[in-house]
Design a protein around this ligand. Structure first.
Ligand SMILES: [Zn+2]
Length: 370
C-alpha cells in the first residue's frame, strides 16, 4: 500500500484528482487478487488433514487483511477530504465487493488458480466443524453412544468446565462469512457438504463401534443424525440462500438440497456403516454373547440394517471366517463348537427368517461336525 500512497501523492501534485478513485480501486483489486487471495488459497490447499485445527487461521488472516484495507481507505479518504477538500464516493460498496471481484477475475482467468483441490479440502474442514456442531447439539445421544457423559465426544474436554466446541462454532462462522464474501460458498458446498456428512457418519460409527456392545445404537444414532447432521446441513443451505440474494452473479447456481432425498441417502449410509462395523467386525461376539445380544438390542439393529441394505454376504463371510479362525481346528472341544454353532443358528435365523443366511454361513461348521 506504500506504492499506492506514492502514486496518489503524485496524482495530487499534478492535480489529477479524477484519477485517484480509479487508481485506488485498481491497485487494491490487484493487491487482493495477486497477493492476499493467492496466499489464502495456497495455504488452504497445503494444510494437511493432521493440521485441521489450524485451518481457520488462514480465514482469520484473510479477514484481517480485508479489515486493514478498509481502515486504510477510511484514513486515506479522510485525509483527502480534510487536506484537499476532496469528496470521494462511498467506499462501503467497493469494500464489500472487493474479495468477490478478485475471485471473479480469477475464475475468468485462463490460468485459474482456484483448483479442484481447494474445493476438496472443504470435505475435511466441513467434517471437522460438523463433528463439533453435532457433539455440542446432541450431547445426550453422544454420551449414550460412547458411554461417556463426562467429556465431550468430539474435543474430549470435560463438559463440566465447558468444552471447546462453542469456540469452534465461532471459527466456522468466520469461514462461512469469508466464503460468502468471496462468492464461493455455494461452489464449496456443492463439492463438499454431502461428502463431509458421509465422512462424519462413517467416522462417528467407527468411533462408537470400536468396542463390542450388546446394546442397540440405532435409536441414538438416528437422533444424532436428525438433530446434528441434518440440521447442520440445513443451516449451511440457508447460508447459501442468503448469499444468493446479495449476489449479482446469475451464472452461479445456489447450493440447494432436497432434504428428503438427502435424509434417505445418508440414513442408508448409516445402516451400511453399522452393518460393516457391527456385523462385519463384531459378529462372532454377537453370536457368543447370545441371548444377551438379543436382549441388549444389537441384534435388532443388525436386523434393521440387513433388511434395508441387503449385502448379507458381509455377515455371512464374517461368520465363516471367524468360525474357521477361532473354532474349527483341533484343540477346540466339540461342546464349545456345538454351543457356538447353536447360537449362530439362532442369531442368523433371527436376522433372516428364510434360513438362507444360516445355511450359507454355517456350511463349514456342518461339514466339520459331520
Ligand atoms: Zn467439545
Amino acid at each position: 500500500m506504500d506504492r499506492l500512497n506514492t502514486i496518489i501523492n503524485d496524482l495530487i501534485l499534478s492535480n489529477e484528482y479524477d484519477l485517484i478513485i480509479p487508481v485506488v480501486k485498481a491497485g487494491l483489486l490487484t493487491l487482493v487478487r495477486d497477493n492476499y487471495l493467492s496466499q489464502f488459497i495456497t495455504t488452504i490447499e497445503q494444510i494437511s488433514t493432521q493440521q485441521i485445527n489450524t485451518y481457520h487461521i488462514a480465514f482469520i488472516n484473510f479477514n484481517k487483511q480485508l479489515i486493514d484495507i478498509e481502515n486504510y481507505l477510511q484514513t486515506l479518504f479522510q485525509t483527502l477530504e480534510n487536506q484537499y477538500n476532496l469528496k470521494l464516493v462511498d467506499i462501503q460498496d467497493f469494500i464489500i465487493k472487493l474479495p468477490y471481484n478478485a475471485v471473479k477475475q480469477q475464475l475468468l482467468h485462463t490460468t485459474n488458480i482456484i483448483k479442484s483441490t481447494f474445493y476438496m479440502k472443504f470435505i475435511d474442514i466441513f467434517e471437522y466443524y460438523l463433528a463439533a456442531y453435532a457433539s455440542q447439539h446432541v450431547r445426550i445421544a453422544c454420551a449414550e453412544l460412547l458411554k461417556n457423559a463426562t467429556t465431550c465426544s468430539f474435543c474430549k474436554l470435560p463438559l463440566s468446565s465447558g468444552c471447546k466446541c462453542i469456540e469452534l462454532q465461532e471459527q466456522f462462522e468466520i469461514i462461512i462469512l469469508i466464503l460468502k464474501r468471496l462468492g464461493l460458498l455455494s461452489r464449496v458446498c456443492q463439492s463438499a457438504a454431502l461428502a463431509a456428512c458421509r465422512h462424519r457418519i462413517t467416522n462417528f460409527i467407527k468411533q462408537i463401534c470400536e468396542q463390542y456392545s450388546s446394546h442397540a445404537c440405532l435409536p441414538h444414532l438416528e437422533q444424532w443424525f436428525e438433530t446434528g447432521v441434518l440440521t447442520w446441513l440445513s443451516i449451511l443451505e440457508s447460508h447459501c440462500n442468503n448469499d444468493h440474494d446479495n449476489n449479482d452473479d446469475k451464472q452461479q447456481s445456489t447450493f440447494k438440497i432436497d432434504l428428503s432425498s438427502c435424509r434417505t441417502e445418508l440414513k442408508h449410509h448409516i445402516y451400511e456403516c453399522v452393518m460393516r462395523e457391527r456385523g462385519a467386525r463384531h459378529m462372532f461376539q454377537i453370536i457368543i454373547d447370545y441371548p444377551e445380544s438379543r436382549h441388549g438390542g444389537v441384534l435388532d439393529d443388525l436386523k434393521r440394517c440387513v433388511s434395508i441394505v441387503g449385502k448379507r454376504h458381509l455377515i455371512i463371510d464374517n461368520v465363516r471366517n471367524e468360525f474357521n479362525k477361532r473354532l474349527l481346528h483341533p484343540g477346540v472341544g466339540t461342546t464349545e463348537i456345538l454351543a457356538a454353532f447353536i447360537n449362530a443358528i439362532r442369531v442368523l435365523r433371527y436376522l433372516d427368517s428364510t434360513g438362507v443366511m444360516m445355511e450359507l454361513a454355517c456350511l463349514n461348521v456342518k461339514q466339520f461336525l459331520a
